[in-house]
Design a protein around this ligand. Sequence first.
Ligand code: SF4
Ligand code: SF4
Length: 147
Amino acid sequence: MTIAGELILEKQTDAILSSDDERRYRCVKWDPFIPCLRCGVCCTRYQVQLNLSEARRICDGLGLSWYTFLGNYIEPRWLGADSFLLRQQDGKCVFLKDTNEPHRTICLIHAWKPWACREWTPSLYRRECREGLLKQWGLMVLSLIHI
Ligand code: SF4
Ligand code: SF4
């Protein structure tokens, strides 16, 4: 089975495991830089930290006044001079938006998102991405073999 043209998964043939769950797979070939599934799980787990210039860039990109931006999108409990946290709302980043597709999200500030978000590379080593794979595809990866 191939997902997004990058992952090749084979059904786990181990008798005990396969009888437990038909949808358990072993990843036999994969690229660590898998395409993002856009499940949004990572955007619910961490509150993103950003510096002043990143905050200014988002503020300018949204065309907001600085104080409107601070009031609506920055965590009020941690307002530093050069260190901010993006606000969370309903258990997720305030800029994460659901789409019409199940378990598919978009980042409303993709063009100006903070460095921490840009540096976050999707990978099956990350439990958040594995959770996204389970939600979107119903697949549970039991083991990773890089060939
Ligand atoms: S800024 Fe975008 S990518 Fe970063 S946590 Fe928020 S929704 Fe996710
Ligand atoms: S958890 Fe992984 S696959 Fe899901 S949105 Fe984040 S980086 Fe992308």
